[in-house]
Design a protein around this ligand. Structure first.
Ligand SMILES: *[C@@H]1O[C@H](CO)[C@@H](O)[C@H](O)[C@H]1NC(C)=O
Ligand SMILES: *[C@@H]1O[C@H](CO)[C@@H](O)[C@H](O)[C@H]1NC(C)=O
Ligand SMILES: *[C@@H]1O[C@H](CO)[C@@H](O)[C@H](O)[C@H]1NC(C)=O
Length: 267
């Protein structure tokens, strides 16, 4: 039995009638009441299937940016998100995004002025913080800046391999590569170390949040930085990021590629 199902059974007992409730992250566990009516096994299986459908639906709404801003994943979907992130699904979804982005990049006719740019976000785009999130419920816990900073300062986030392939491809095609991250300027050196260790090199700019950017919402900060690129004469052809706030706003790219991330949402 997979981890997901074990978790599900536990969750099922905690909230038996989930199937008929709207999912949100504020449902409190109900008391544990175990009874064994006739046909219990069938109902259990039915409820697990219903839970999986509800969580898939939630993830789809999250990825398509149809949810209101959210702080944690729904408690009921903890096992589902864990299985998605640690099983094959997440990797397959990442590979698809990179492949489609690569196909687009290859078709672009670059000008010879060196002003065609591909923008990459860093966290959950080039680098994976899965080792951190695996210790923090895969998005079940409210984001803790201090703890996350400690993880960043270790500088050991592994690469997202499919993104790294796209990164190499667009560099080889002749794009300028700009990394635009919500990480703080004070993490520049460790971020450079981490990126290089993960196999990422030869970028043209690494843009981090300076002190005057710290108060800005991510979507504003990133738009401002893209506005600056455009003012400097760059054409932002492609943009890869796991958050909509990496991609929306002003000076958006010709094509924006949304990588999957059901663990957290940054407005
Ligand atoms: C990514 O690639 C590196 C180097 O080839 C490899 O060691 C690592 O296992 C890969 N990671 C995943 C998640 O496939
Ligand atoms: C970052 O690295 C540069 C160049 O290696 C060095 O001059 C600088 O002092 C480092 N900054 C910090 C905060 O460690
Ligand atoms: C990007 O969009 C601009 C403005 O619509 C257009 O002129 C340009 O041809 C597009 N470039 C690519 C590579 O699609």
């Amino acid at each position: 039995m997979s981890f997901f199902f074990k978790n599900c059974i536990f969750l099922m007992l905690v909230s038996y009638s989930l199937a008929h409730e709207d999912l949100n992250s504020h449902i409190f566990p109900r008391p544990l009441i175990i009874d064994y009516p006739e046909g219990n096994e069938f109902r259990l299986r039915e409820s697990l299937e219903e839970l999986r459908l509800q969580c898939t639906s939630w993830r789809f709404a999250a990825e398509t940016n149809n949810l209101s801003p959210w702080k944690t994943i729904p408690q009921e979907c903890a096992g589902y998100v864990e299985e998605y992130m640690t099983g094959r699904a997440y990797g397959i979804d990442l590979e698809r995004v990179s492949k489609e982005a690569g196909n687009f990049a290859k078709r672009v006719e670059l000008k010879d002025d060196g002003k065609d740019v591909w923008v990459f976000d860093v966290d959950e785009t080039l680098l994976s913080n899965l080792p951190y999130y695996s210790q923090h419920g895969y998005g079940l816990e409210i984001f803790d800046h201090a703890k996350f900073d400690q993880w960043v300062e270790e500088g050991v986030a592994p690469a997202i391999n499919s993104s790294l392939e796209l990164y190499q491809d667009v560099l080889n095609l002749g794009f300028k590569v700009f990394l635009l991250t919500g990480r703080s300027e004070r993490h520049r050196n460790i971020t450079v170390d981490n990126l290089v260790k993960a196999g990422c090199q030869h970028w043209d700019k690494l843009i981090l949040r300076s002190s005057e950017d710290h108060q800005k919402q991510a979507v504003i900060y990133k738009s401002d930085k893209r506005d600056e690129m455009v003012k400097e004469g760059y054409r932002i052809v492609g943009n890869s990021g796991d958050q909509w706030s990496d991609l929306l706003g002003s000076s958006i790219a010709n094509r924006s590629f949304k990588l999957p991330n059901p663990m957290y949402y940054i407005p």
